[in-house]
Design a binder for this molecule. Sequence first.
Ligand SMILES: [Fe+2]
Length: 489
Amino acid sequence: MSLNEELVAPAAAALTNPYLEGPYAPQPDEITATDLTVLHGAIPKDLDGVYVRNGPNPQFAPIGRYHWFDGDGMLHAVHFENGRATYRNRYVRTAEFEAERAAGTALWRGVIEPWDGNPAGDRRERNAANTDVVFHHGNLLATWYRAGKPYALDPITLETKGIDTFNATLTCEVSAHAKVDERTEEFIFFDYGIHAPHLRYGVADPSGTITHFTGIDLPGPRLPHDMAITENYSILMDLPLYNDPRAAAAGRFKLYFDRELPSRFAVLPRYGDGAEVRWFEAAPGYIYHTVNAWEEGEEIVMVACRVSKPSPVTDRANPIAQLLAYLRPEATLHRYRFDLRTGATTEEPMDDVNTEFPAIDQGRTGRHGRWSYQMRLSVDHTMLFDAVIKYDVVTGAKQTQPFGPGIAGSELTVVPRPDATAEDDAWLTMFAFNTDTQKSEVWIYDAADLGAGPVCRIGIPARVPLGFHATWVSGERMRSAADDSVEES
Ligand SMILES: [Fe+2]
C-alpha cells in the first residue's frame, strides 16, 4: 500500500482541500499596482529594495489530490523606493507552466499522486519552482523543494527569463534553500535525488559560473530541505526521514522516519570535495529550516528549527489531517555545536514553542548573528502563522509579537538600515493576510521595537495567498549586479 493509498479514504475525493481555499486560494490575476496606499504610519524613506516572496498558486484545477507543494510558483513583490511602494505578482513561467497553459488544463499529477502517468516520463513531479527565491548574478532565482532547474526572473518586473544555466555550467538540479553569501556574492547550493551520489553540492562565483561541484555519498536517497554555511564551511544533512526503500522499490513513495538512525550532518570546506566531508551525528529528528551557522574557534555552531518527532501519518481516519501532518512542522529552536577537533556534537533545545520560517539579516548568513525572527504556528489545522518571535539565538531569550485576530503572517525579511549601528537597527517587511476580510497588506516593523507593532501598514489591491519563502534584495545589490553585467557586455 502506498502513502497515497493510505492517505485516501473512499470519501476523500469529496473533501475540499483547505490549501485551495481562504488564505490559500489561488490568485488568478497578475497585476502591477503603483503608489500603494499607506493605511497606517509612513513608508520609511530609507527602505530601498524589493521584498519578494514565492508561493504555490495553481493555474488549473489539480488532477487528483492537491498538496500545497504542488501549485505553480508565483512571486509577490513589493518594491520600495523614496518612500513609495509598488506591488507586482507574476507566475514563474516554468516549462511545465507553459505546457499546461497551452493545453488549458493540468497535465501533471501532484506530489502525493502515483508516480506514473506523467508526460515527464520517469519523474513524477513537475518543477513548480514555488518554494524559495534568492537573488544572485542579477536575477531572482526561483527554486523547488524537490530540486529542479532554477528559474531566473527580473527582480523588478518579475518577468521570467527562463532556466538559469549558470553560464552553461549547471549539470544538475538545484534544491530550494541555496545560500547566498552576500559578502563574497557566492551562490552555494545542493541537489538531491534518487540516483547516486544522492547529494550533490556546488558553489557559483559572483558572475553565476559554477566553479566547484562535488558529490556526497549517502546510504540512500534522502529528503534534505535546507543547508547552512559558515565563512569557510558548508553543512549538509542526512536525516532519518526518507522514502521507505520498500515502497521506493515498488515505484511508490511513503515517508518513513527511522528512530534508530542518527541525524547526520556533513561538514566540508566551502570548496571541499565529497571525500573531505566530516560527519557529525546527533539525535534523530528532522529539520526543514536552518536559522544560521557560524564558526567559534574550532567549533561550528548551527541553529535550526528542529522537528523531534516527524510523524507523517497521525490520524488514519482523517485523510486531510494526514495530508497536513506531512506538511505541518512541529519545530522548536535548537542549537548544535560541531567540534572540529574531536568530531563530537553537542546539541540543546533553546525553546519549546512551535516556530518556523526563520529570517535573519541575510548579510550575516554564515557569520555570527544574534537575532532570528520566526513565525509562530497557530493551533489551526493548516499552517497559519499568528505571531513573530524575535529570538536571541545566543541566550535563547525571546520576544513574542502576535499579529492579532484573523491575521496570518508570511515569512518576513530583515532590512538593515543604512549606517546601522546594531544588528536589529533594521526594518522587517512582511505580507499580512486578513482571514476575515480576505485582504492583504504589507507590514513594516522596527526590529528594535517589535512590541510597538507595525510602524507602517500598506494596502495591496489584490489577495496575496499564503506561501513559502521570501528574500530581500537591496537597491544597492541590484545596482551593483547591473553594473557588473554592463562591464561584461
Ligand atoms: Fe523551505
